[in-house]
Design a protein around this ligand. Sequence first.
Ligand code: FES
Length: 220
Amino acid sequence: MENRNKGLGRRKFLKALAALPVLGGLAAYGAPILRFLKPNLEPGLGLPKGQLQNLAEMDLPTGGALPLGSVQEFKEPWSFRYFVYTQAFAQYTPQRSKSATIPAMAIKLPNKLSFPGFQQGKVETDIVMFSRICPHLGCIFNFVPNHKEVTAGYGGYTPPPERQHGLMACPCHLSIYDPADAKVPGRVISGPAPREPRYMSYEIRDGILVVTGAEPGGIA
Ligand code: FES
């Protein structure tokens, strides 16, 4: 009798042992599903008060202020400067820890035009700023102060007389943009780009050019 009981106990033990891999397998499959059901973070954690009221606002990228230099450095028409602006994306992490860098440029024009700043609306200015990410397929384009170099180095395009000045040109598929177009600064004048480059917004604080944002959107 005692031997029989011992045999039963051993069998139970072996059965339980055999079931372990099955239970482990179920746990391995089930854990990701349970994890998926649990939200990562409290919604809106770290966002400015009121921002959650409009979820669409979370799709807007935001960036800090980037002092670029004195306005005095942009005296000469067609002087320019490249810079990199860091943009944070609240929609990916409420802590805004995900950010992207945008190569951009500032150009001094010979005349003022109405520049569509992103935050403060249009401003009359002779300093314009653009993202350098080509709206065609995302290459980084250049500012070319001498239009003859555009003709020589960017596919032979010869600008009409009224556009024979500094131009922006993309080396990938040869889109050419006119930063000084009075109606659409950055207008596409040649090549496949579907729209003008994204605008950077800026302010002048105590004589310093401060970049304050980037027009939302990437390539068109
Ligand atoms: S990526 Fe610039 S023209 Fe195609």
